[in-house]
Design a protein around this ligand. Structure first.
Ligand SMILES: [Zn+2]
Length: 473
């Protein structure tokens, strides 16, 4: 069967999106692949289709429970009953049940913590593995509050599973991160399929403001179509939602919602019953909406890596879209605060290590992870040095992010340069520093909204109007 036929047979699509065909062809000929593709470009299709075309089990490592749940429910929606997520939500009995019947599944998702356990590895060694998938593979290289020491061990896990064909997936990677992923996860250099970070149909804007909320209120009525607004914390997401919910068709979305709430919101957003979602950057990857027209950052992202990934959700249909970053002086303070917290946690861990024998329960979550890594590698100084290095790197990333705001020349060129790419051709609508203006909202759309608003006037106004009409009759 041709790959296109298989695509149509299993998913009903007629065309592959960028990179998909190449990736699947690599995997089918047992060439491990590192795929750097933006979110929302159909990365999961790569391992799903490969899974259907190969005998055996597809093992997927995923760092977020919400992400796993979304993927499993998406597979189930497509009629796949042999998919399951193995994470901390399962009881010991449930987990044992799954592991005992591992070969009866086609797609099995693991949290990294669950995967590295010896009973999991033992069960997997008895199964035939068609494909080993590492989602969000950049976690290997990110040392800090959200780092995953278990990701450093995935290379080992691969060896214990006799090096199955592997697909490492990530949305963005600087050359340094790319190097790290290759080094930790693969014995020999993998095939690399990467999409440029340059998204020509997304115009780039930075709006410096004294009063962000007022600016946002002014901005939103000019925007057309669906959009995302990113905030740094769940609290900020909910606060902003309260501020604007009466004036705009908006919902909020973050990791604190239940999976059914998330699904419901995704559906409303996909069906355009909600025009705007306010989200944290942990925004579930389950959203695969191709016609998002604008992405607004209400808070400063901590790095260009995250920024590029987040704005990349706009305009997957290739139509003109915009990315707008609202910046108020001092917005970086929240990140300084996070960095300071991590520094203190690191110092706290050193004190703990010096007074060996204290109780681990007083350590924070991240400190416990670091400690686990130290025990695992039996190399305290190396782990501490790495934590330190990661902290320096985080400060640098924040500086580069601020540089994007302060730059006096093309923002696109600045972005590409950071990812070691060159801007060879400027799109017609490039960035605010190249004279780009916000896309004008079509008048018919405004009129339409006006007419729907009139329909929604409350009954009191309606009665009054009827009353008046009666009188003038
Ligand atoms: Zn430009």
């Amino acid at each position: 069967m041709q790959l296109e036929e298989a695509l149509h047979h299993y998913f009903g699509y007629t065309n592959f999106r960028f990179g998909q065909k190449q990736i699947i062809a690599n995997l089918l000929s047992n060439q491990s692949t590192l795929a750097i593709l933006p979110t929302g470009t159909g990365k999961s299709l790569c391992y799903q289709l490969t899974g259907y075309l190969k005998e055996g089990l597809v093992v997927i490592v995923s760092p977020l429970i919400s992400l796993m749940e979304d993927q499993v429910s998406q597979l189930q929606k497509n009629g796949e009953k042999r998919a399951i997520a193995c994470n901390s939500l399962l009881s010991r009995e449930e987990k044992n049940y799954v592991l005992a019947r591992i070969s009866s599944y086609k797609f099995i998702f693991f949290s990294p913590e669950m995967l590295v356990q010896s009973e999991t590895i033992l069960a997997l060694q008895s199964a035939e593995i068609a494909l080993f998938v590492i989602d969000e593979a950049h976690c290997v290289s990110q040392w800090g509050v959200d780092f995953r020491p278990e990701y450093r061990r995935l290379g080992d896990v691969r060896r214990q599973l006799k090096q199955p064909t592997t697909l490492a997936l990530t949305a963005t990677a600087t050359p340094k991160v790319r190097e790290d992923m290759c080094q930790v996860l693969f014995e020999t250099a993998p095939q690399v399929v990467a999409e440029s970070v340059n998204r020509e149909n997304i115009a780039l804007f930075v709006e410096q403001t004294e009063e962000k909320l007022a600016s946002l209120r002014k901005l939103l009525p000019q925007m057309s179509g669906s959009g995302l607004i990113y905030c740094a914390t769940r609290k900020q997401v909910e606060q902003l939602y309260q501020e604007i919910k009466t004036d705009f068709s908006v919902g909020f979305y973050h990791g604190g919602l239940t999976s059914s709430q998330r699904r419901q919101l995704q559906q409303q957003f996909s069906e355009n019953k909600l025009s705007i979602l306010i989200a944290t950057n942990a925004f579930g990857m389950g959203i695969d909406k191709s016609d998002i027209r604008f992405v607004i950052h209400y808070d400063l992202p901590d790095s260009l890596e995250n920024y590029v990934q987040e704005i990349g959700r706009a305009g997957r249909d290739q139509r003109d879209s915009q990315a707008i970053l609202l910046y108020q002086e001092g917005d970086e303070r929240i990140h300084h605060f996070f960095h300071q917290m991590t520094r203190e946690e690191r110092q706290g861990l050193e004190v703990y290590l010096q007074n060996a024998g204290g109780s681990e329960e007083f350590l924070s979550e991240i400190q416990q992870k670091w400690l686990a890594e130290i025990k695992e590698t039996e190399n305290k100084s190396q782990v501490l040095a790495r934590i330190n290095e990661r902290q320096v790197q985080r400060s640098e990333q924040l500086q580069k992010m601020l540089g994007y705001i302060q730059t006096a020349s093309c923002r696109r060129a600045y972005l590409l340069n950071y990812f070691a790419e060159k801007l060879t051709r400027k799109p017609a609508t490039c960035c605010d520093l190249d004279g780009a203006r916000y896309l004008k909202r079509p008048d018919d759309e405004k009129e339409f909204e006006l007419s729907t608003r009139v329909k929604q006037v409350d009954w009191e106004t309606l009665l009054l109007r009827l009353f008046k009409e009666k009188k003038t009759d």
